[in-house]
Design a protein around this ligand. Structure first.
Ligand SMILES: *Cc1c(COP(=O)(O)O)cnc(C)c1O
Length: 353
């Protein structure tokens, strides 16, 4: 730390992203990326339809928001686009939390939530997950706080139904409820239709997981026109050009080829079933997942060791050295070939038949 670093950020512990090693080729199952390339339509649009780089990108993402609005049956005024959904989440912490509206989220969830809260000097409370690592929606009734829930939750993969979320929305009319749907396309039911009824609902989604665009950085928020206007006040105060022209064009092309995304999600869901069963057959305890990853532990093998030995053998998975979940690893559902390689490595390392 330099002696110039602001007092405000001295104690900040930044988010630690999953490894993106550049030294060798791993079977990369640690950051929940899609194993499939972006849609051909996305690549076509990015080459043909992106604005020339000498011009600023469209700060309103007009075409992208129009295409999103058509895909989701909502208005363009209900949508804000961002440089990944992480940016939208940060805007939401900035816009909707203050001393009278502290933040609340589960103790085990997306690691960026506490970082965004601290970055912005926001007080927050963590509500423990139940012993089976599920979220009990009853604990969020009448919270008096700004609620952040990932659905499905990460890293557990456990899903709440729209009816359970509606219970939270209806009993927190004075607070914004942010539902982070980064993994909703892998079999969950989205809460987007609820924005018509609940002006306190902000749904956040991303192109990073189901839409094969993690490297392009594109996410969006969906909510009432008023909530979106507040987020835009923040966005225009930080970076109006937060989405670059190529990324916006990739996004439009992806949305115009919904069959491609649907087919990829179907493949991942099919592989998830085989993956879960295969891990259970080898003695792992695996949570039922509604996402493109599974959360698994072995009763006889230490979680840190699973991570380290697999890495030595060319397979990357994600381990969190956090008390309640240190026995687990979060493993992305990849292609059938990637799953075979992981299973082969597990059997070799721990001599499991
Ligand atoms: C991956 C992820 C995101 C962020 O994705 P972006 O790449 O920034 O769009 C947000 N929330 C959760 C729970 C995630 O796992």
């Amino acid at each position: 730390m330099s002696r110039f670093f602001s007092e405000k950020y001295k104690d900040l512990e930044p988010y630690v992203p999953g490894e993106q090693p550049q030294d060798m080729q791993y079977v990369k199952l640690n950051t929940n990326e899609s194993p499939f390339p972006p849609s051909p339509s996305a690549l076509y649009y990015a080459s043909e339809a992106a604005r020339p780089a000498n011009l600023y990108s469209d700060p309103d993402c007009t075409q992208l928001r129009k295409t999103l609005a058509e895909s989701y049956g909502i208005g363009a005024e209900n949508i804000i686009c961002g440089n990944g959904s992480d940016e939208i989440l940060n805007f939401a912490f900035m816009a909707f939390c203050d001393p009278r509206h502290p933040a609340v989220f589960p103790d085990i969830t997306y690691g960026f939530y506490p970082v965004f809260a601290k970055l912005n000097g926001i007080m927050y409370r963590e509500i423990p997950l139940e012993p089976d690592l599920s979220i009990d929606p009853a604990r969020y009734i009448d919270s008096g706080m700004t609620i952040f829930i990932a659905n499905p939750n990460a890293p557990t993969g456990k899903l709440l139904s729209p009816i359970q979320i509606e219970g939270i929305l209806a009993t927190n009319p004075e607070n914004v409820v942010v539902i982070d749907e980064a993994y909703i396309d892998f079999g969950g039911i989205s809460c987007v239709p609820l924005i018509k009824q609940y002006s306190n609902l902000l749904v956040v989604q991303t192109f990073s997981k189901s839409r094969s665009m993690a490297g392009a950085r594109l996410g969006f928020g969906i909510g009432s026109e008023e909530l979106i206007a507040d987020l835009n006040t923040i966005r225009y105060s930080i970076n109006p050009y937060n989405v670059n022209s190529y990324t916006a064009a990739l996004g439009v092309g992806t949305l115009l080829d919904p069959e491609y995304t649907k087919a990829n999600c179907a493949t991942i869901m099919k592989n998830r079933k085989m993956f879960t069963k295969g891990l259970r057959d080898m003695g792992f305890e695996v949570l039922d997942s509604a996402a493109n990853f599974v959360f698994a532990k072995h009763p006889l093998i230490n979680g840190q060791e699973v991570y380290e030995k697999l890495k030595e053998n060319g397979v990357l998975v994600r381990h969190f050295a956090k008390d309640r979940i240190k026995d687990y690893n979060r493993i992305t559902v990849g292609t059938a070939e990637q799953i075979d390689e992981l299973f082969g490595a597990i059997k070799r390392i721990w001599r499991i038949r």
